[in-house]
Design a protein around this ligand. Structure first.
Ligand code: ATP
Length: 672
């Protein structure tokens, strides 16, 4: 089935006529309580890539039930050998490896496809044993912050991803259209993520702010739009209720970050907001705290026993791991209140998502595909939505997720933009995307730009090395050996290459795991867990891990391959140097393929007061990038409010492309 067919599938959403079940609405005015969460025993199991992921292209996509061990560390040469991976790799090691990678037809094809490969409702092909039996053997929290453990391997192929059924035919299938029931289009998705820890220490576990946290105070902030409320300087000024204040204290927050100083009063005042602030500067709390404060003040609809759940707040984010992280933050800040946050995302059993929702849902954290499926199944009503949050908003509105977001706001029952509060947050916000955002926001929305937004966080020391593709692996190993055990994220461009590089590093005895869209959800969560707790200090990732992930102690980011846009670069290197901590980013610049990035890189480096290599400047000045002018981002506020400078002309994003020209930043990834 081709792209066109797939589009046809998602354009006819399963949205039966909408007949909400009305129930007596009970409003709780003050809803502070302690649910008395039960304690669970958790333990950690670790492991490296399962055989399935390593060889899935070769093995075909059907019926992937692998009983690969997920225990233990990286050295699973056996798995690779069993799958014939090692041999293949050895071949490539001399020369074929790179050729194979570059001729990765599927990846290249997908990259060019862009929109059509994402944004849909695809799900299916999970071949796990029943959820309940799986549950018994799970219990796998590792005591590491925010991550989840693992379960048994499964044959999941994620939402929006191509599924090749056992008949060998490709299919694109929405859960909403029967994928979950497993009727015709491939095995069911039955993965149930392990529950997060429920003890207070784990819920409030946090890492320390860094030596540069106080420097946030010196960052310039610009607010545009009419009648902006004044910024607050302390948490006390926000006048939040006692439970929220307790939770803030338990989370270790003593001082507001700039984006919080400005956003919290704006949101408390009921205004729509588009906020741009650098990576790792506390945007999540900037929207969660005032929303929770509103909910505590206004009361929530008592919904635990309603058939149709009607959340007051919907938060969407582009990746499963990120939305999970946001959920954990929501759960933390709502601890001891009646507000119940729920998370739903692709790659997990739909029935499990529904069960979470029916237990009561005030804040629904969701990836777009799963959200639309749940809406289609009439498991939630939208009438009560007062807050709609788009985290990584530029990503949520680009051509990948934009159509889904439009569908969301025109769903039956969804209050119009005049009747809800819409909040958008990101570290980057290309002007063209800002204009698209107008459709979602009231016309008097406020725009907050914190410092070098859209630029790189200054706490990240950036180094650009000129490395040709044939020398990259050697250089990578050299760097990783010099780094030792410090946590490092290595970004590559394709899923297949992520597997190759992870395998290669394992063979070099560097403990590594990987995350990308071809891995089953359980594997993705396990990989993240192993990385978070330091079991595998190296995580090889595609762009699926570029945005939002907040992992303690990531000291290095290595761009083995540079991304196709500078915004993506900014997000990637923002996985380190968070919350006032320092970090380092090293990027391999291959003049054969990366010249289009030279100019924006020079700009980002100099804005962040980093050394700019002379050779890079030379390439930048000798390379013509259509439409790019260094001055397009010359403003100290790298992302400016487009209402100020838009004069109807085509504008440029930071890579110097108009959006229509821009390379798809997520290449072959399926995010949701
Ligand atoms: N006021 C604060 N005091 C101390 N720590 C904070 C504060 N605000 C946020 N943090 C912590 O800083 C870290 C980064 O926050 P967060 O993930 O919200 O950043 P972000 O701006 O959303 O980053 P990104 O752009 O990468 O998504 C988190 O660990 C969070 O708990």
């Amino acid at each position: 089935m081709g792209d066109e067919d797939w589009e046809a599938e998602i354009i006819k959403p399963h949205m039966p006529s909408y007949v909400p079940v009305f129930e007596k609405v009970v409003t709780l005015k003050v809803c502070e309580m302690n649910d008395g969460p039960s304690r669970r025993d958790h333990f950690m199991r670790g492991g490296f890539l399962s055989g399935r992921s390593m060889g899935n292209r070769d093995a075909g996509e059907s019926n992937k039930r692998e009983n690969t061990s997920t225990m233990g560390g990286f050295g699973v040469g056996k798995s690779f050998g069993n799958r014939g991976f090692s041999n293949k790799f050895e071949e490539g090691d001399s020369s074929g490896f790179w050729r194979e990678s570059n001729n990765d037809c599927e990846d290249n094809q997908t990259r060019n496809r862009g929109f059509s490969k994402r944004g849909g409702f695809q799900d299916g092909n999970d071949s796990e044993a029943s959820g309940s039996s799986r549950r018994g053997g799970r219990g796998s929290f590792r005591g590491c912050r925010g991550g989840f453990g693992l379960g048994n391997p499964s044959g999941y192929k994620g939402l929006n991803e191509e599924v090749i059924t056992s008949s060998g035919k490709n299919s694109w299938k929405s859960e909403a259209e029967g994928g979950e029931s497993g009727d015709t289009q491939g095995p069911k998705v039955t993965y149930i993520p392990p529950p997060p820890p429920e003890d207070e220490d784990s819920i409030f576990a946090h890492y320390q702010t860094g030596i540069n946290f106080d420097k946030y105070d010196t960052i310039l902030v610009e607010v545009s739009g009419h009648d902006a409320p004044p910024a607050i300087l302390t948490f006390e000024e926000a006048n939040l209720c006692q439970t929220l204040n307790n939770n803030i204290a338990k989370a270790g927050y003593t001082k507001l970050t700039p984006v919080q100083k400005y956003s919290i009063p704006i949101i408390l005042a009921g205004r729509d907001l588009m906020a741009c602030a650098q990576t790792g500067s506390g945007k999540t709390a900037a929207f969660l705290l005032p929303i929770l404060a509103h909910m505590m003040h206004d009361g929530i609809t008592a919904s635990r026993f309603k058939e149709l759940q009607e959340p007051e707040c919907i938060i969407v984010a582009p990746t499963r791991e990120l939305i999970n992280q946001i959920y954990l933050e929501a759960r933390k800040f709502s601890f001891g209140t009646c507000v119940r946050a729920v998370v739903i995302y692709g790659g997990t059993q739909l029935g499990y998502s529904i069960r979470q929702i029916v237990q009561g849902c005030n804040i629904l954290c969701a990836t777009p595909g799963r959200l639309m499926d749940i809406i289609g199944k009439e498991k939630i009503g939208l009438r009560q939505v007062k807050y709609l949050v788009l985290d990584e908003a530029d990503r949520m509105l680009d051509m990948g997720f934009g159509p889904e977001m439009k569908k969301l706001i025109s769903c039956p029952g969804m209050p119009s933009k005049e009747q809800r509060q819409t909040l958008m947050f990101s570290a980057t916000f290309p002007e063209e995307i800002q204009r698209l955002a107008g459709e979602f926001l009231k016309s008097n929305y406020l725009f907050v730009a914190v410092g070098q937004v859209g630029g790189a966080c200054r706490d990240v020391q950036q180094t650009i090395l000129q490395v040709g593709q044939y020398s990259k692996r050697e250089k990578l190993v050299e760097i990783l050996r010099s780094i030792g055990d410090e946590r490092t994220m290595v970004f590559v461009e394709t899923k297949k290459k992520a597997d190759f590089i992870a395998t290669f590093l394992c063979q070099e005895k560097i403990s590594t795991t990987s995350i990308h869209g071809d891995r089953e959800q359980r594997e993705r969560e396990q990989a993240l867990g192993d990385f978070r707790c330091g079991k595998c200090p190296v995580l090889v990732a595609t762009s699926v891990a570029a945005r939002g992930l907040d992992i303690e102690n990531v000291q290095h980011v290595i761009n083995f391959d540079l991304p196709s846009t500078i915004d993506e670069y900014v997000h990637r290197i923002g996985r380190t140097g968070r919350c006032g901590n320092t970090g380092r980013a090293i990027s391999f610049f291959d003049p054969e393929s990366d010249n289009h990035l030279a100019q924006p890189l020079v700009k980002v480096l100099s804005d962040a007061q980093q050394d700019v290599p002379a050779w890079l400047e030379e390439i930048a000045f000798s390379t013509y990038v259509p439409g790019f002018s260094g001055s397009s981002r010359g403003n100290v506020f790298a992302s400016v409010d487009t209402r100020k400078n838009y004069q109807g002309k085509s504008t440029l994003n930071t890579a110097g492309f108009s959006s229509s020209q821009a390379p798809n930043p997520v290449d072959d990834e399926s995010w949701d």
